[in-house]
Design a protein around this ligand. Structure first.
Ligand code: GRG
Length: 297
């Protein structure tokens, strides 16, 4: 295993332990359905990025961020459960396993998604129990606001609505990708930095970096849908073509998209390494972004 994969696996495993600690407990079929998707092999990118950004900005009080690491993965998981439903993408497989509604039925899958969203709030507020100072209380309050505004009507949900509409043109697609995909990454980067004590100027800069990262990530996802391997991806490929869906990729063309991904990934790495130089952070997030540029799953 390469050094990068070993490092990533260790970090994702640490995040996994945190998610386990905060996962829903009980023996009802609803809890079973929630945990089925929460532990079905996701890459854990959003919490890994949140924790890395926390370290990049010199965060030390890990207990404060742990509930947020679990909460963001719960929100991401709920969005995927609902996205796979017949009312949306109608996908039978996710991460190489039956999608939630195929395994548990549609009504339970809807409840499992709702349950994870609700439980994300119950989990995030646990950070208050770990606050030692008034300043930490303020930061946690701000973190909760960021998380739920990025995943709500000013973020992911409106992005999903735009995705279902017949919008067109470059501005429309850019906005849709920023809302649908990038906003959850904005939450990852910003909450990590916020809880570590980053100032307003740094948070604003990170907002732009995260939006750019999210658009690059979604475009790479679109490319993989066209030229990826369904075995590696654990889901069907060419789904956009099968659904007659016109994407940002169709508008820009493969060449421009590859160029866009390369150029913007390099810019993101450049900005983050500027910050990294000022601290004793080990630089893992730079390697992660370099890797995501050429990922195949
Ligand atoms: C609330 C009814 C209702 C629906 C919500 C908002 C929404 C539906 C769906 C948006 C979620 C979505 C499919 C966003 C696209 C982002 C994306 C590329 C997700 C895959 O992320 P990875 O690669 O997934 O990190 P893993 O499997 O590794 O966790």
């Amino acid at each position: 295993m390469s050094d990068f994969f070993q490092d990533f696996t260790e970090r994702a495993e640490k995040v996994n332990q945190v998610i386990k600690e905060f996962s829903p407990k009980g023996s009802t079929s609803l809890v079973e359905a929630m945990n089925y998707s929460l532990f079905s092999g996701g890459k854990r990118l959003r919490p890994v990025i949140m924790f890395e950004t926390f370290k990049l900005f010199g965060g030390k009080h890990e207990k404060l961020i742990k509930p947020f690491l679990a909460a963001i993965e719960m929100i991401h998981t709920y969005s995927l459960i609902h996205d796979d439903l017949p009312a949306f993408d109608n996908d039978d497989y996710r991460r190489g396993k039956l999608s939630n509604h195929k395994k548990f039925g549609e009504s339970t899958a809807i409840l499992a998604g709702d349950g994870l969203l609700n439980f994300a709030m119950e989990t995030a507020v646990k950070s208050f129990d770990c606050c030692n100072t008034l300043e930490e209380y303020f930061k946690v309050t701000e973190g909760i606001k960021v998380l739920f505004s990025c995943s709500g009507i000013n973020g992911m949900l409106t992005g999903q609505l735009m995705d279902m509409s017949a919008g067109e043109g470059e501005d429309f697609f850019k906005k849709m990708y920023e809302l649908k995909t990038a906003k959850l990454f904005v939450a990852s980067f910003k909450i990590g930095a916020l809880l570590a004590g980053a100032d307003e100027k740094a948070l604003e800069k990170l907002n732009d970096i995260a939006l750019s990262f999210g658009v690059v990530f979604q475009l790479k996802d679109d490319l993989l849908d066209v030229e990826g391997d369904s075995e590696k991806l654990g889901k069907a490929v060419k789904s956009d073509e099968k659904n007659n869906k016109f994407t940002y990729l169709n508008l820009l063309g493969m060449e421009r998209v590859r160029e866009f991904i390369g150029k913007n990934s390099d810019l993101i790495i450049e900005h983050l390494s500027e910050i990294s130089k000022q601290t004793d952070y080990d630089g893992f997030i730079l390697k992660l972004i370099e890797f995501l540029k050429s990922r195949d799953s």
